[in-house]
Design a protein around this ligand. Structure first.
Ligand code: HOZ
Length: 430
């Protein structure tokens, strides 16, 4: 039974919203259906804290699902956006800041010499697929079960994130022809991967190098290396979707951390610093196939939008080695504390983390693939999340998502979170 928080301003807004917005929201996971309650409507946020329209304060671990690596309303980012806005909000013509951002990204991300900006991660994934098909002259794509690459038709098969949360194997409205060329393989299964590569000539092998849309399920040792090797052998391009991991798990993303370098990379979230921006990039040879340098058509009225570029540049410029050290320490403290709190309450969980991301799976067994993630006790996860919200912690409202600690989370936030988590574990154990 969904918990409707009667007589609250959130409840009143939700009652109105459902008449004007499907499910009352503009993106499905926000509805909090998967954790058995109605959504929280946000009034404002600062640093690591979110305040709802009823005045409740939460330590936020959604952080806009990843872009806010410096927390909410960081003064330097606000200043950069305000300065850009004062000069005009969109031109439909190039700006100096786009060149600076492209240079900064190319400096950080090993596979990227050139990039094209888009407004969302979905557009970046859609465009990178077109480019891979054009570059190889092939049509087939390999994706992993539980991976989510945005809501483009061809990649919605067995997808994670909101589809996993709703338990949908595919979305109605996607023509069979759109997924006919998509081969889905279980994550972390070298045999299935080899067999698929023997049977098909792929345009691209697509992977989130650290999948985080079925909860966080890192690659088994050697799996990314195998992916690289098989892509090359197959004549396919290796495409990493680093929309979540990019600029978060290391300055150059999961590819820098793992040392496995893809041919093309889709980026999003942190690159826009909380405003709508994303990008795809690769070598000069590949990227020069994109129009107008080449014939692979892709365009966007708000691509490289000056406000988003200003926010992205300010965000990246503050991400130095010390920032990555602090984010890793925060993540580790939270993950260790979650493990200890669950063990003390006798609740079987698997806490999986990489710097800047973690997931608490309600499972007695290690989770290594989508089947394992789907076997988790989502009812228990929902009950735990409701108990966390009641104690001032804002978790991702689905088992199939990652938690996003930020650089604004202090030791006090971590302490308060772990205290709430322990009490919430005790609640559900009881
Ligand atoms: N696609 C995001 C979760 N992986 C959710 C985006 C949102 O609801 O804002």
């Amino acid at each position: 039974m969904p918990v409707s928080l009667k007589d609250t301003r959130s409840a009143e807004l939700f009652a109105r919203a459902v008449h004007r917005l499907p499910g009352g929201v503009n993106s499905p996971v926000r509805a909090m259906k998967a954790i058995g309650r109605d959504p929280v409507f946000v009034q404002r946020a600062q640093g690591a804290e979110l305040i709802d329209v009823d005045g409740n304060r939460y330590v936020d671990y959604v952080c806009s699902w990843g872009p806010l690596i410096h927390g909410h309303a960081h003064p330097e980012i606000l200043e950069a956006v305000a300065a850009a806005a004062a000069h005009g909000t969109s031109f439909g013509a190039p700006t100096e800041a786009e060149v600076l951002l492209a240079e900064e990204v190319a400096r950080r991300v090993p596979s990227v010499d050139m990039l094209r900006m888009t407004s969302s991660g979905t557009e970046a994934a859609m465009s990178v697929v077109r480019l891979a098909r054009a570059a190889t002259g092939r049509e087939k794509l390999l994706k992993f079960a539980g991976a989510y690459h945005g809501h483009l038709d061809g990649l919605l098969a067995d997808a994670g994130s909101g589809l996993a949360t709703a338990g949908l194997p595919a979305s109605p409205g996607v023509p069979a022809a759109a997924t006919a060329n998509t081969i889905v393989v279980p994550w972390n299964d070298p045999h299935a991967l080899r067999v698929a590569c023997e049977q098909h000539e792929f345009a691209a092998l697509l992977a989130e190098p650290y999948p985080a849309n079925m909860g966080l399920v890192p690659p088994a040792s050697g799996f990314l290396e195998l992916l690289r090797e098989l892509a090359t052998e197959n004549g396919a391009l290796l495409v990493f979707d680093e929309v979540i991991t990019g600029f978060r798990v290391a300055p150059g993303g999961a590819q820098e951390r793992s040392g496995v370098i893809p041919d093309l990379t889709a980026m999003g979230k942190v690159i826009g610093g909380g405003l709508p921006a994303a990008a795809y990039g690769g070598s000069e040879a590949l990227m020069n196939l994109v129009a107008p340098a080449g014939d692979v058509y892709q365009a966007g009225t708000l691509s490289g939008n000056p406000l988003a570029v200003a926010a992205g540049l300010a965000t990246l410029r503050m991400l130095d080695d010390d920032a990555y050290r602090r984010l890793a320490a925060t993540t580790e403290a939270l993950a260790d504390g979650m493990r200890a709190a669950a063990a003390a309450a006798g609740v079987p969980v698997q806490v999986v983390s990489v710097p800047g991301l973690f997931t608490t799976f309600f499972s007695a067994e290690p989770v290594t693939d989508y089947a394992g993630a789907r076997a988790c006790d989502t009812e228990a996860y929902g009950a735990w999340c409701r108990a966390l919200l009641a104690r001032g912690v804002f978790p991702p409202a689905a088992q199939f998502e990652a938690w996003f600690p930020s650089l604004a989370h202090t030791d006090e936030h971590i302490g308060a979170t772990l205290e709430a988590a322990a009490a919430a574990f005790a609640d559900i154990a009881g």
